[in-house]
Design a protein around this ligand. Structure first.
Ligand code: HEM
Ligand code: NAG
Ligand code: NAG
Length: 370
């Protein structure tokens, strides 16, 4: 009797919730959506996956993720609306102006890749940038599924030059700039999870796609560990040593470390937020998901946007549970700044890790180095 009553109530509850989320059929005949305004994003996701990212967490996806930041950070509480509208697509719509900022070196690839979609999809530039970033991230094993809200108006002004942080900036300058855009130092650490799928094409002469960790195609926690490793001082620096801005050769030869990542990893305001993600995939995913949700609506009132997160593909599952010291490194090479105990991690067996070089002129950075 009690059981039957419970089942009856459950059935009632289910039918009520099914009725309250009535889906609309999309014009493409393939999808349904909770809101007609989301239909275009299902089609756009298909296009991005098929013709732009090849459903891979490779160069084009990495660049699309980076673009979300370079668009959104064009916002200043102190400078006001004339300095930029945040996540508004100004980086595409005022491309020639914003590319004059040296901090935007390399983002033209992502702009060239995405901009033509504005001709074929009825979306604004700001929505395109943030949606493409969310779809890109879904290709990276271990990534969280990012929120996507639709309805950002097109930018009316370019972002002022100088609003995008540079790796050589002093850490306090970076914190101040982020604060002026609405982000705490901890928010910044959570956004920097993005550097787990990152490589530089511009910072080292004659080299492209120099990775920030040993696993640039995996959304894992390795970057938080590897940025804290100092070089093996028993060895001379490798030629083409990629850590020119920090006085130690790197532990992993062929990788690089941004001076800003190094400084943020060691600053007293952020060292523990950095360290606590080293071996906590779930925490890292949650932190990144929340920080990206905030980044993506910079300059907007989120309550005026429409939730189309359902159009973001379900991410690839994580491949590996625990972080490990790359072969040839180990706990002795850790430079620790957070007073909390350091996680106990295994070391990969074998010869020291060396990442093969990707020479300028390689045509397909998606799989370089192969
Ligand atoms: C203090 C803040 C930051 C600084 C100074 C910084 C700096 C850089 C630099 C210099 C590069 C290499 C670009 C190149 O040479 O090709 C890079 C790559 C990248 N950054 Fe950041 N970044 C910051 C924050 C962020 C944030 C917040 C995100 C995303 C939410 C992000 C996402 C990426 C990605 C995905 C790449 C790799 C691009 C690729 O592999 O082609 N970065 N960053
Ligand atoms: C936003 O700008 C793009 C590119 O110029 C254009 O195709 C699109 O129609 C604009 N959208 C709105 C809502 O103005
Ligand atoms: C560091 O030096 C030691 C001793 O020479 C060596 O056994 C180890 O493989 C080196 N590690 C790296 C990452 O080069």
């Amino acid at each position: 009797m009690v059981f039957k009553l419970t089942v009856g109530l459950l059935a009632l509850a289910l039918s009520v919730s099914a009725a309250s989320i009535k889906r609309v059929a999309c014009p493409d005949g393939k999808h349904t959506a909770t809101n007609a305004a989301c239909c275009v994003f299902f089609s756009l996701a298909d296009e991005l996956q098929t013709n732009k990212f090849d459903s891979q967490c490779a160069e084009d996806a990495h660049e699309a993720l980076r673009l979300t930041f370079h668009d959104a950070i064009g916002f200043s509480k102190t400078g006001g609306p004339s300095q930029g509208g945040g996540a508004d697509g100004s980086v595409i719509l005022f491309e020639t102006i914003e590319l004059m900022d040296p901090a935007n070196n390399g983002i033209d690839d992502a702009i060239d890749n995405l901009k033509p979609l504005l001709e074929t999809f009825d979306v604004t530039a700001g929505d395109l940038v943030q949606f493409a970033g969310a779809v890109a991230v879904s290709n990276c094993p271990g990534a969280p599924r990012l929120q996507f809200l639709a309805g950002r108006p097109n930018a009316t002004v370019p972002a002022a030059l100088g609003l995008v942080p540079k790796p050589e900036d002093n850490v306090n300058k970076i914190f101040a700039r982020m604060g002026d855009a609405g982000f705490s130092p901890t928010d910044l650490v959570h956004l920097l999870v993005s550097h787990t799928v990152a490589r530089s094409d511009t910072l080292i002469d004659n080299r492209q796609a120099v990775p920030f960790d040993t696993t640039p195609f995996t959304f894992d926690t390795q970057v938080f560990l590897e940025v804290l490793l100092k070089g093996n001082e028993t060895l001379p620096p490798a030629s083409g040593e990629a850590d020119a801005q920090v006085p130690n050769p790197l532990a992993v030869q062929g990788a690089m470390r941004l001076q800003s990542d190094f400084a943020i990893a060691h600053d007293s305001q952020t060292a523990c937020a950095w360290q606590e993600m080293i071996n906590n995939q779930q925490l890292m995913m949650n932190n990144f998901q929340q920080a990206m949700a905030k980044l993506a609506v910079t300059g907007h009132d989120a309550s005026k946007l429409i939730d189309c997160s359902e159009a973001v593909p379900i991410p690839q599952p994580a491949v590996k549970k625990a972080a490990t010291f790359p072969a040839g490194t180990g706990p002795k090479l850790v430079q620790q700044s957070c007073p909390q105990p350091f996680p106990v991690l295994k070391t990969d067996p074998g010869a020291p890790t060396t990442i093969p070089e990707c020479i300028d002129g390689d045509t397909n950075l998606n799989d370089c180095p192969s």
